[in-house]
Ligand binder design. Structure first.
Ligand code: HSE
Length: 439
């Protein structure tokens, strides 16, 4: 049986995992794919290290340092792009497609930002672009959304799709530490990058959410319209107060289809502590998908790491191997919906979204303060769900008030917060976090 030939761009952690799993499970993978899958050539800037890695696992594979020679190599059927970023990776993927090669990529940033261009080019050439590894590592969420749930009208998705931030939030809650303290420890343990911006500011999660939103609703990638708030300004005191009220704070990616458009937002979110999602701890990922027919489904697993991510890359290699002789129109569409059925629904501005809210403010402990706050909320049509007032610390005459609201529109809460902050009895700014019941 003639092997399908793969060219690998980048042999870091995930590339090493792909080699290892392909070799270890070669027999089973071949039985599934129908023919052997062989990595014939690897391109990596660090030629020496790549050569050492490859010579141990697969001495027949060639190692080169020019990635363009791989995408231009007539022997290569599938290019696996594991370089990351949207600079050279975009050029290489487009060149591979132009040469009629199928592409497997783990690159969420590339797809979220340039996916529309890449899929259009791939459609034109009749090649596949597979990307299971781009969202939640080893969790087969792309397969579930594109195929397993295709009977459903998907209503919303809420996911913990960044392991680094989930690890940090778990540690902050369990140990009562600040964001800065936990980040330092996470960096020491190798859970967080030296420059953690993409993870802690929610950008990585927004890339993944953009991809899920596109295939759930059949809309183009619209990363530039996502609302993105990370966890770096989250105060440990809010994690504690949330817990006292029966909630946990998670960095959630939320996308919801509304009549007028789609919500696409990443931010710290209070969720009821009894929800399964609230109990996803450490670096794990979990995605809750609400379909009209199936109801709620939950997908849980490792969102990163050599072999979990390799599991997703190889599943894509198997899919491409099975389908590469099929007519392009008989394959699963890139965005789950047929290309001519993709609709240009707008992403809703954040002021238009609906959510419940957690508010924390410090007030002078005087008669009528609470009544003023309640009146402002009522004027905006906002209903209070729960409220606690902390006794002032000894010797102080100010108290913390924590309020939970029922569902309201973001623009109403913004107007209410501005009016509350203007009260002479309110000290400093308010903390405002979104709260989702996930029902
Ligand atoms: N940095 C990501 C995370 C993994 O922490 O989940 C790769 O997307």
């Amino acid at each position: 049986m003639k092997a399908i030939k793969v060219g690998l761009l980048g042999i870091g952690t995930v590339g090493g995992g792909v080699f290892a799993v392909l070799k270890r499970n070669q027999e089973e993978i071949t039985r599934r794919a129908g023919r052997p899958i062989e990595i014939r050539v690897v391109a990596d800037k660090d030629h020496e290290r790549a050569r050492k890695m490859v010579s141990v696992i697969s001495p027949d594979a060639r190692v080169v340092d020019d990635a363009f020679s791989v995408v231009n190599d007539p022997e290569v059927d599938i290019v696996v792009e594991l370089i990351g970023g949207y600079g050279i990776a975009r050029e290489l993927v487009l060149q591979a497609i132009a040469n009629g090669k199928h592409v497997v990529t783990a690159n969420k940033a590339l797809l979220a930002v340039h996916g529309n261009e890449i899929f259009a080019a791939a459609q034109e050439k009749g090649v596949m672009v597979a990307f299971e590894a781009a969202v939640a590592g080893g969790v087969p969420i792309i397969k579930a959304l594109r195929e397993g749930l295709s009977a459903n009208r998907i209503e919303w998705i809420a996911g913990i799709i960044n392991g680094t931030t989930n690890f940090i939030l778990s540690e902050m809650r369990e140990k009562g530490l600040s964001f800065a303290e936990v980040l330092k420890e996470a960096q020491r343990l190798g859970y967080a990058e030296a420059d953690p911006t993409f993870d802690v500011e929610g950008i990585d999660a927004a890339h993944k959410l953009t991809i899920m939103s596109a295939i759930a609703f059949g809309i183009p990638m619209q990363f530039e319209s996502a609302t993105i708030e990370g966890i770096s300004r989250l105060d440990a005191v809010d994690i504690r107060y949330a817990e006292q009220l029966g909630y946990r704070i998670k960095l959630l990616g939320i996308t919801r289809k509304m009549e007028s458009g789609v919500e696409l937002r990443v931010h710290p979110t209070l969720i009821p502590a009894k929800r399964l999602l609230a109990n996803v701890e450490g670096a794990m990922n979990a995605i809750l998908v609400q379909g009209d027919a199936v109801g709620s489904t939950l997908y849980y697993g490792k969102g990163a790491g050599a072999e979990p991510t390799a599991s997703a890359v190889i599943a894509d290699l198997v899919d491409v191997t099975r389908m590469h002789t099929a007519d392009p129109e008989h394959r699963v569409p890139y965005l789950a919906f047929q290309p001519d059925a993709v609709v240009d629904l707008p992403i809703l501005p954040i002021a238009e979204i609906f959510s419940c809210y957690y508010l924390r403010l410090r007030v002078a402990d005087k008669t009528g303060v609470l009544a003023d706050i309640a009146r402002i909320l009522a004027d905006q049509g906002i209903s209070i769900d729960a409220l606690i007032q902390k006794e002032p610390q000894e010797g102080e005459d100010q108290a913390d008030i924590i309020l939970l609201t029922h569902k309201t529109q973001e623009k109403s809460i913004l107007a209410a917060c501005a009016a509350i902050e203007a009260l002479p009895t309110v000290q400093g700014g308010m903390t405002r976090l979104r709260l989702e019941m996930l029902q």
